[in-house]
Ligand binder design. Structure first.
Ligand code: WT7
Length: 654
């Protein structure tokens, strides 16, 4: 995030108190919020225990709430037994079997509605299918699928039998898929022949075949959903079609009672160094916070249609597509395709068509749609919308105001929810019936969540508008449990900085005079591109993996739509490319990175130089590169630079 955005956010003084409509009958009223906060501060464990007992079904009730013995490897409700899929499906089938669980809108406009009863049946068939392939509790299953009801079915089926799923975003390349299969030592890949997106198809099965080529992997079977109908190769004995797998299965399946601490899923996310981290989440604690935050923040009512636009490949697509809403018995909408296909009004058309009442998306999408002009959304009837949400990065006040006026018609509260893959569910967010929102602020911590801003010495900053490290001071139920296979990295990354006392989120933030939080951005070498985390290292490794590249350094730069764009400084092995050659090499490298990691990692700009700016001790001066990427004047001290003339070359882009 650039300094200008920080400034403009700091100047923001507008406030939007909840309207009568949003506060009357809200799931959480002002009094209830105070009550919840008081309970949490009087008896922290008792507070969570009560919520867990009242909101989840336990096969065996827990007796321990929080186990701190192996801190910071905390455990929640550890001796309780639970099944996540039972809580999401069977519980709702008991009370309202015919309620729509999923409305599916395909990219070509086809619609499918699936009731809770039907969803349970599909999940059961598929769970039995997995069992028939020898999948056991604790086995890892990779899900590399299009945005579809079947992706949810696959996740829920894993949860039902205690297999640990790891969803890999369908936009990732076969290389990224391979790394994740390898790290998770997965037994099964569930994929599709292809995915429809933006009028094109993405060949998922082919990418899976590439990922599995030429190495001694752990995969025993690949399950293939037929979606696009393109021809794919089927490896006899290893690959099988989804429909054949479920053909002769029983329609009923017994949910396996699992320890509350049993890993529900691993989700890979970028860190500042090295390979992606497998964030490991639990069953009971995760589901509790997913369900509670869903009810509190989105104020779900029986008649609502909730649409979270996130792909199941991201944590938002886990917590607010597959788990939170289904645990709460809500009707969700799943859209298969691109936001602007076949026209810029597609999102709003879907809202009208399916009477979406709660809409949750990312600032990058809001900015992209805002750029298309007001006429487009104004063509649609958005009167069913009653609440809007945003997540993934700080939202600039301009985009917030547009969302508020043009989409929300000034009547929908906006919930700006701050959280991370690691936190499992939202941590800081307005409550629509209570909080007076301010454009650009995620406002205040949720009940039971203890967030603060501290300085280098772990002291609370306690001063309005002064930045510091965003920390979480108490363990919470949906926190990550570890990094899969690397507990040391877990402790190092999130806890060591403040002697294992506080969870360090990796964001800088400040609080204003009303104790509202304003997120300023990442403090590490992590980019936030379109609301998705990417390590600068990942892009650098991809670049230097190209045979013609000697060195690369990647930094973020402000980007109108994506929030942050990717700026790569590259040193080639031979001559520095000039003129037409430069454009050619640039395009080659852009598609190279796209193949290596995925299209989201494609550098927006590449600049070639004879050398990278390094200190005499050989450290790349990233601060300098960041300034150059932003086109700023160089004001910093460059006296430690080995070769000062390199700056001119980097700036001039010749
Ligand atoms: C990082 C986490 C949580 C789902 C999507 C991203 C940034 C997230 C906000 C927000 C300002 C935000 C933070 C955070 N972030 N939400 N409402 N306001 N920044 O998940 O990929 O794990 O990324 O996204 O920098 O650390 P993620």
């Amino acid at each position: 995030m650039n300094d200008k955005t920080i400034d403009s956010i700091l100047e923001e003084t507008r406030q939007f108190p909840p309207s009568k409509e949003s506060s009357t009958g809200a799931n959480i009223t002002k009094e209830e919020l105070e009550q919840l906060k008081k309970q949490a501060s009087d008896d922290y464990e008792g507070f969570w225990a009560q919520l867990a007992k009242e909101n989840l079904y336990w096969f065996k009730e827990f007796t321990t709430v929080l186990n701190e013995e192996n801190a910071p490897n905390y455990e929640w409700f550890g001796d309780g037994e639970i099944n996540v899929s039972y809580n999401c499906l069977d519980k709702n089938v008991e009370s309202s079997p015919n309620k729509t669980a999923i409305i599916f809108e395909a990219e070509n406009g086809d619609t499918r509605r699936i009731s809770y009863k039907e969803l349970l049946e599909e999940v059961s068939l598929f769970a039995n299918g997995l069992l028939s392939l020898g999948v056991e509790t604790g086995d890892r299953v990779i899900i590399y699928m299009p945005m579809s009801p079947e992706a949810v079915v696959a996740m829920q089926a894993c949860a039902r039998i205690g297999a640990i799923h790891s969803v890999v975003f369908g936009g990732f390349s076969s290389n990224a898929l391979k790394d994740r299969i390898d790290d998770a030592k997965a037994k099964i890949v569930i994929t599709a022949d292809g995915a429809f997106r933006g009028g094109k198809t993405i060949p998922l099965k082919q990418a899976t075949d590439n990922a599995l080529k030429d190495w001694n992997h752990s995969i025993e079977h690949v399950i293939v959903l037929k979606r696009t109908g393109e021809s794919v190769s089927i490896l006899e004995g290893r690959d099988l079609w989804w429909k054949d797998l479920i053909k002769n299965q029983n329609k009923e399946s017994t949910p396996v009672p699992l320890s509350s601490e049993h890993p529900l899923f691993i989700l890979y996310t970028s860190g500042s160094t090295g390979k992606p981290k497998g964030i490991q989440h639990s069953s009971g604690g995760y589901l509790l916070h997913a369900k509670m935050t869903f009810k509190w923040i989105f104020d779900i009512k029986d008649s609502d249609v909730f649409w979270c636009t996130a792909d199941v490949g991201w944590v938002t697509g886990h917590t607010y597509v597959t788990y939170g809403p289904l645990a709460a018995g809500a009707t969700i909408l799943i859209y298969e395709g691109a936001p602007t296909y076949p026209h810029g009004g597609r999102f709003w058309e879907i809202c009208e068509k399916h009477q979406v009442s709660l809409f949750y998306t990312a600032p990058t999408a809001i900015r992209a749609l805002m750029k298309l002009g007001d006429d487009i959304p104004n063509k649609y009837d958005l009167s069913n919308l009653r609440l809007l949400g945003t997540v993934g990065e700080p939202i600039n006040p301009e985009a917030w105001m547009w969302y508020h006026t043009v989409i929300g018609k000034e009547k929908c509260p906006i919930v700006d929810t701050w959280w991370q893959t690691e936190t499992g569910a939202a941590m800081i967010s307005p409550l629509p019936g209570v909080t007076a929102t301010k454009p650009g602020s995620c406002t205040q911590a949720l009940p039971g969540i203890s967030v603060d801003i501290v300085d280098e010495g772990a002291n609370p900053v306690n001063q309005p508008n002064k930045g510091g490290y965003l920390v979480i001071k108490k363990p919470w139920p949906s926190m990550l449990r570890t990094i899969w296979g690397d507990n040391e990295r877990y402790i190092e990354t999130y806890w060591e900085k403040f002697d294992n006392k506080y969870y360090v989120a990796g964001d800088s933030a400040n609080m204003d005079q009303d104790d509202f939080f304003w997120i300023m951005g990442r403090i590490d070498d992590v980019l936030n591109v379109s609301g998705h985390r990417l390590g600068t290292m990942e892009v650098e490794s991809a670049l230097v993996a190209h045979p013609d590249i000697a060195e690369a350094a990647v930094v973020g730069m402000p980007h109108e739509v994506k929030g942050e764009g990717i700026f790569a400084f590259v040193v080639t092995k031979g001559e520095r490319p000039l003129g037409a050659m430069k454009n050619e090499v640039t395009e080659t490298l852009r598609s190279w990175v796209s193949d290596q990691v995925g299209p989201i990692a494609k550098p927006d700009e590449i600049r070639f130089s004879d050398n990278l700016p390094k200190t005499r001790s050989g450290k790349i001066m990233r601060r300098l590169l960041r300034s150059i990427a932003k086109g700023e004047e160089i004001t910093q001290d460059v006296s430690t630079l080995e070769d000062e003339s390199i700056i001119k070359q980097l700036q001039q882009n010749e």
